[in-house]
Structures are given as structure tokens and as C-alpha cells.
Design a protein around this ligand. Sequence first.
Ligand code: MG
Length: 203
Amino acid sequence: MKIIAVGRNYADHIQELKNEKPASPVIFMKPDTAILRPNQPFYLPEFSKNIQHEVEIVIKIEKEGKHIAEKFAHKYISGIGLGIDFTARDLQNELKQKGLPWELAKSFDYSAPVSEILPITQFPDLQNIDFHLAVNGEVRQRGNTSQMIFPITAIIAYVSQFITLKKGDLIFTGTPRGVASVEVNDHLEGYIGEQKMLDIQVK
Ligand code: MG
């Protein structure tokens, strides 16, 4: 399986990082070694002084597809979960400045905690899903999929023009504003609606 991720998909997050609003989705990937299973601790890696959380709605792919038309894209989703796209922001900024790919800042081991996946039938409207992340009991990021620049079906259609999607693949769909550094002993709790999906201790 592979993990595909979308960057800059919420206008308020683009503003906070002073990025430009993209004309088409910004896509990057994480390897399967980036996955952190639910409720496992996250150990801060030594190569960064600024690991930031980005809470995101994650979609799981139901079946193989390429060149998927947007109007059929919903048929390729088996379920929805919550993930964190951990980012080594210092390394990312350094690489960005040099005009280099920022792959390593996004793809390192355990940089992609993913919750249990809830069946798609629980989500009658994909573009109206509330989610949030609390750090040490305080809400830091709050979003709704209605705020996406590129909706979920558009992301599937776009990505599948380039990359064949396979059963079990995951797509991280972008983060709303409020990204911030995580510190040792931080307690991260992620929710879809009022349902707790992630519980991560930072070590
Ligand atoms: Mg992200």
C-alpha cells in the first residue's frame, strides 16, 4: 500500500504558512514505514527541532482505479479515518528554500499516525465532516471538509491521472490552520465529530 498526501488544501492553513493558493492539488507521498498504529507513542526524531502536527481526514481506497472520473470517485472509497501528517518543519523550510524536494521532512518513520477506518456508509456527506485535534486537552486545530479547496472526489480524480490507486491505499487530504510544534510529553487527541479516533503520547 501507499500513502498519498495533499498539501495546501485549506485556505486558512495556506495563509498561516504564507504559501500560494495552488491551481491544482499539491501531492506528495509517504512510504508504508511512515504509518504509526493507533494509540502507539510517537518518538520525536533527532534530526529535527520542529516537528509539527497536521491533523487530516484520511480516506481509504476500496479498489484499483486509474483515470477515475470525479463523478465516480466516491465508489473508490471504502472508509474514512483520521491521521496526523507529522512534518519536520525546519527541514522542510530548509529544503524549500533551496528549491529541493521536501520528501524527507514528510516521509520519515512514524510520520503518519492513522486511526481505525470507519465505513464510508457512516458519512452521507463527504464534504461536511467535522474534525479536530486537541493537544494536552486544548483544541489546537479544528476543521470541516467543506473548507477544502479540492474536494475528496476531485483529489481522487486528479491523483489517479498520474498514479494508479490500489485497494488499501490511503490519502491524507490536507490540514486546516493551527499547526504547531509538538514537545515531549504532549498528549494528542484527534476526533471526527465527537468520536475519539487518535490518542498519541509524544516521547
Ligand atoms: Mg499535511
